[in-house]
Design a protein around this ligand. Sequence first.
Ligand code: AMP
Ligand code: GLY
Length: 427
Amino acid sequence: MNKLRVLLLGGGGREHAIAWKIAQSEMLDQLFVAPGNGGTKQIATNLSFSETDFEALKVALLDHKIDLVVVGPEAPLVRGVREFIEGDASINHVKIVGPGKEGAQLEGSKSFSKQFMERHNIPTARFGEFEASQLEDAVLFLDTFNPPYVLKADGLAAGKGVLIIDDKQKAADALKEMLVDGKFGEAGSKVVIEEFLSGIELSVFVLTDGKSYVILPEAKDYKRIGEGDKGLNTGGMGSISPVSFAKGEFMSKVEERVIKPTVNGLAKEGIPYNGFMFIGLMNVDGDPQVIEYNCRMGDPETESVMPRIKSDFLRVLWNCGKGEIAGSELVIDDRTAACVMLVSGGYPESYEKGKEIKGLDKVEHTLVFHAGTKEENGGIITSGGRVIAFTSLEESLEGALSKTYSTLSNIKFDKMYYRKDIGFDLK
Ligand code: AMP
Ligand code: GLY
């Protein structure tokens, strides 16, 4: 077989980790990443167009004779990158890993995903949904729950669309801000109100061609900026894989109650789905409840998931893209991966960019995944809030964490910040 020419869309730590894994494949001819970052530049060819610029994508597919497109983030999927490629005779021979617009609604619309789960009996929090004309009903519906109240903007709101509020009056005010005052714009014109679930969260990842699936290593991410899971929500401050409670009976429940009904439910409804599926779960007293679906991998979960995949991952991606994932084998490393993300001081609020990152040349035996970096005058500088992730793989969680943290102690940039308690709840 001819070797594969692959284009990966995206430019975060997740994409660096996926690119790193693909770059090891015996099946690879050449790897391109658009737009990529300072890390992907070291292992692939960066193309300087945005992941949602479909016209530029078409030119790149033709110019570089691409066989397979792997989509990292959700935005191109929700905007229909699959339909764009499939609908153009000059590029529709290219295989894609990433669902079409309709499948991407599992992430793009909370209302769609909640109703989908209801139709297929997939365990999830009790909910109701309301539009602007139903503000009064929405406020009354709050009375059917105990606090805290969980309010979710229906559409994509850059990860900020979920509010968890203790006080009922404040929840009612927030409903008005979302539904009537347009706090999240169009994304908040419909709101899902749901029961608060207590438990430990877990991210489960599946790669499916819509008929069969493989389950990738699971991970736990740490979303809050502060230690002890306090403070503002971020894109993710670190991740651990595997997750101690995600084995045996619990994972069988996840597969039987969530993964199978989701893949089968999509097929039954005639919604083609080819790509990653990220299932955000809460372990509520040993039973999985779905918090959300995403149509992509998690970030920074991917930075601890990819290092645990021993098999040739490009082979599995290629089989998936062709709709032939059945029987694909995935060999997983038993060791624990611990990933810690360095961020710019001030993030997730305002922060400065353009700081030189020092010490990267001294890193050994720890994987480095760039998120918001770029290369300038031969050095690497910061270009985003989440800057760079470090992942170590060791026999024990403690060993992996201690290696990651000792590596970090040699890295410096102005106003650098990271959480020192990643994995604290799994020890
Ligand atoms: P999402 O944007 O859907 O990922 O939600 C953001 C975060 O809010 C999740 O990762 C959970 O920590 C939390 N969350 C969402 N829904 C619930 C719920 N029903 N009960 C408890 N926490 C929730
Ligand atoms: N780490 C959570 C996410 O990627 O949405």
